[in-house]
Design a protein around this ligand. Sequence first.
Ligand SMILES: [Zn+2]
Length: 391
Amino acid sequence: MTERKIKNTDRIYEKDSSVSFFEATVLSCDGGEGEYKTVLDRTAFFPTGGGQSCDLGTLNGIEVKDVHIENGEIIHVTQSPLAVGEKVRGILNFSEREEKMRSHTAEHILSSILNTKYGLSNVGFHLGTVDTTCDFDGVLTLKQLNEAEDEVNRIIRENHPVYPVFPTENELKTLEYRSKLDLTEDVRIVMIGENGSVDKCACCAPHVKKTGNIGYFKIVDFYKYKGGTRVHILTGIKALERARDDFEGIKTLSALLSSPRNAQSVSEAAERICEENEALEREISALNERINGYIVKELPDTDLAVVFDERKNSQTLRSLCLSAAEKVKTAAVFGGENGRFTFVVAGEAAQNIFAKMKNSLNVRGGGKEVICGTAFASESEIKALFDGENI
Ligand SMILES: [Zn+2]
């Protein structure tokens, strides 16, 4: 183990979020087998924390697989070792970092608006790969969130400055700011707007330098969560891509449904089709019951009725089998395609019939009073099995 003389790494990302590459010196490097823990004297890599995953990139061309805080040190997990004292050049995967900064700053703006308007607090935040989730400690409506979304986009357009301040303990006493933790030391406040006119919030993560950098803000989903509301948000290019996908989806659906190309018309057309479909299903079900009645009426008065039917619907076949088993002692119904029948067996000798089927045919299924399953056999094989049987 290398002794770590310096515990603290200068955190470049806290002061300047635009730094995408930097020079640093290796203070220590431990580990082995493709996983080395490297500590630097300074870093622009943000370590995982506060709902935000770490920055990734390279140190002297060596992949940085993870960055986290361990025992008060910022650990860069690298693929290969780096020599202690070596000067390294760190390069961040900056497009990914920019995405995170856009979402994080947008979350601060949204949280500030919902805090000011409805007194709600942000109690959870997660920057995911698909979208970002923000949890609030109160129930929100679509109208309230639509208004908040408009407000966030207005603040983005106004292009307010975003910058960190590091107040002293004394200054903190008079400063009003949003915070999840009750810290008094090393507090970093992210200011949005001149003197925090839009928001002041304690946060350790890097943010965009101007609200305009967020580009576009969209709430893509929300629902009740743990007594409050979980809101899914997207920003920048990801929000644009989602809007494009949704637009393409509406275009496809409008062609399929022969409806005008807008969300409301497509929804109304889909609702109509669902209603028509339900009505048709009710009609088909009634017709199937009538057909079942005719089939059962024609059955000869024997102990076992073996019925083949082209219909595949398992509910229809089950209903037919139960009706048939009421007339004869035992009924076996095989529905669907030759070679792959859906079967239902019911009645006095159902278990015997099923045991016989299992012995001679490739069948899958089971049950107590009513046995259902699939028989991978031809009609002639099944008929041969029951031919002349007296059960
Ligand atoms: Zn934050």
